[in-house]
Design a protein around this ligand. Structure first.
Ligand code: ZN
Length: 248
């Protein structure tokens, strides 16, 4: 978990002394200044991840978005500005948003999917949310949509997901119907978290993968593991057989 940004409160004067307790009770709401070094490090790391994911075909065009908590109280996220080509994404392409997805700092606008990022950090212990639009996630989420998810079991790579100790783990990756109504979609995601609090990610049908982590490294690892598992599945002979016979 990242440290939260420092909170700036005014020094109480003698005349203020009687009000000091009251002031401290509300200091998080009254004064906030981001830790600039912390913010710079996070957006540099996220930009690096963007280029890396682009090179692997997971965020082609301007697809995908990434975010990280830079302050818990008040809640603030660093998040990609919309419409940015991930092949050349730079730290300047990140914004700071508040808990309603309003831009607090930076140029441009966040994707409407910022609401999904906020829903995920509220429903999980995640500090970082990564969203990709890969070919495997797009194909699988369509083929398995009628089952509302896909199960991975028996793969050594499952152990790359936080908390999983054995290849025998049965990992459920839910699939949500895609929508352009991100308010409704983020509410649906919140329902999924209540029903499946052990999941490491979910798919939007015909759209892509959302996953998260308590650090940038952990979230990146989850993308790599889940993208690997999805690609293994769609390349497998069993998948081809099931697809042809309608049993996928
Ligand atoms: Zn998307």
């Amino acid at each position: 978990m990242y440290s939260t940004s420092k909170q700036i409160v005014p020094t109480a004067t003698k005349d203020d002394e009687d009000n000091t307790d009251d002031l401290n009770n509300h200091k998080d709401l009254l004064y906030y200044e981001p830790d600039k070094d912390h913010f710079s490090k996070i957006i540099a790391d996220l930009a690096e991840i963007g280029k890396n994911f682009y090179s692997r075909g997971w965020v082609l065009g301007t697809s995908g978005n990434f975010s990280a908590i830079i302050s818990q109280q008040p809640l603030r996220l660093a998040i990609t500005s919309t419409g940015v080509d991930k092949a050349s994404i730079m730290p300047d392409n990140f914004l700071e948003i508040d808990d309603a997805a309003n831009v607090v700092q930076g140029h441009g606008y966040p994707s409407k999917e910022a609401l999904m990022h906020l829903a995920i950090v509220r429903c999980t212990n995640a500090s970082v949310v990564l969203h990709t639009h890969s070919v495997p996630s797009t194909v699988l989420s369509n083929v398995y949509a009628s089952k509302c998810g896909v199960t991975f079991e028996g793969y050594e790579m499952l152990k790359g997901l936080e908390g999983i100790q054995t290849h025998q783990q049965c990992e459920w990756l839910p699939i949500l119907e895609n929508s352009q109504d991100m308010i409704e979609l983020s509410q649906t995601a919140a329902t999924i978290f209540r029903e499946h609090n052990y999941i490491h990610g979910f798919l939007l049908r015909g759209h892509g993968l959302y996953t998260w982590g308590s650090s940038i490294q952990q979230a990146k690892r989850h993308v790599e593991i889940l993208e690997f598992l999805m690609e293994v599945l769609i390349r497998s002979p069993q998948y081809a057989y099931n697809t042809i016979h309608g049993t996928a």
